[in-house]
Design a protein around this ligand. Structure first.
Ligand SMILES: *Cc1c(COP(=O)(O)O)cnc(C)c1O
Length: 320
């Protein structure tokens, strides 16, 4: 098994992705700060290439392929954003990409993945095992599998988002990070340890799929059925070996958010900050709002992890 990533891997990933990734903006809202009584900074990965932070990890992983691996191609499985991230990174690097996506993935995410030149293979996320489909394709076609979160190069790449946040705004009292399989959160942990060691670090996952919270409490990786939640980017069934090992040592706590709290976040971002954030991207902010009393007077970072939501769906979710 490759070695667990360290902060030095995050720095190397930052140098690798720098010519290709956006340095996303850090936004503040005076209205939100007044309402919460805190100084909240939002790292806006909804403005990242392909619309989510996942470009960082995918590009970092693919850029480390050997010439042989580049020729044969990459395979990835994903409910959406990792698929687009691998397809876009592969097209930039001239690598053929095969993507395993659930048949009910948001149409915009499927279309974007195909638009980047990826070959899409669909499966049923409630009855079929995507990891097995991915492994079989890798073996049969000689492709290299890039998993969505449990890989040192993916984690190091995702860590560059928090690294940029800390280097831009300095140290924070608390950082809230959406949690699916834990690539974004464990990457944030590596950056936090190096750049803001006293910052409390929180993962936030959908209430319907709180396997991360259960895993932290029990001290072992807990597996759950695919949760039904608006947060389609965090419908993971379990943390990974690398991500859990970092999370159990580094993360202060894991909170949950309900679908209605995520909806409220989508509305606030659209109406107050004039930005589009997908349901999963609202997890961190939902936890901050629920814990405002504990955060008064603090400097709080929130990762807005992505903005990929179909316009029609967004319109349906917003109040008339
Ligand atoms: C993938 C994803 C997440 C969860 O990231 P993990 O690294 O799996 O924890 C959160 N938000 C968005 C928008 C995502 O695409």
């Amino acid at each position: 098994m490759p070695q667990a990533p360290t902060y030095s891997d995050v720095e190397q990933a930052a140098a690798r992705i720098e010519p290709y990734a956006h340095r996303t903006p850090v936004l503040r809202s005076r209205l939100i700060n007044e309402e919460l009584g805190a100084d909240v900074v939002f790292k806006c990965e909804n403005f990242q290439r392909m619309g989510a932070f996942k470009f960082r990890g995918a590009f970092n992983a693919l850029s480390r392929f050997t010439p042989e691996q580049r020729r044969s191609g990459v395979v990835a499985y994903s409910s959406g954003n990792h698929a687009q991230a691998v397809a876009l990174s592969a097209s930039i690097l001239g690598i053929p990409a095969t993507i395993v996506m659930p048949h009910d993935a948001p149409p915009s995410k499927v279309a974007a993945t195909k638009g980047y030149g990826g070959e899409v293979i669909s499966y049923d996320r409630y009855t079929e095992d995507r990891e097995e489909i991915g492994r079989t394709l890798a073996a049969e076609r000689g492709l290299t599998l890039v998993p969505p979160y449990d890989h040192p190069d993916v984690i190091a790449g995702q860590g560059t988002a928090s690294r940029e946040l800390f280097t831009e705004v300095g140290e924070l009292d608390a950082l809230f990070v959406p949690l699916g399989g834990g690539g974004l959160l464990s990457g944030a942990a590596l950056a936090r340890s190096a750049l803001s060691p006293d910052c409390q670090l929180y993962g936030v996952e959908p209430e319907a799929g709180n396997d991360g919270q259960q895993s932290l409490r029990r001290g072992e990786i807990v597996h759950i059925d695919t949760p039904k939640t608006l947060a389609d980017g965090a419908q993971t069934q379990h943390l990974g070996a690398y991500t859990f090992d970092i999370i159990r040592r580094e993360v202060t706590d894991i909170f949950t958010a309900t679908d209605s709290e995520l909806l409220e976040g989508i509305r606030i971002f659209a109406s107050t900050m004039k930005i589009v954030v997908e349901p999963t991207g609202c997890l961190g902010f939902a936890a901050v709002r629920a814990r405002a009393a504990d955060l008064r007077g603090k400097r709080v970072g929130v990762i807005l992890s992505g903005g990929n939501i179909d316009a029609a769906r967004l319109a349906a979710l917003l109040p008339a």
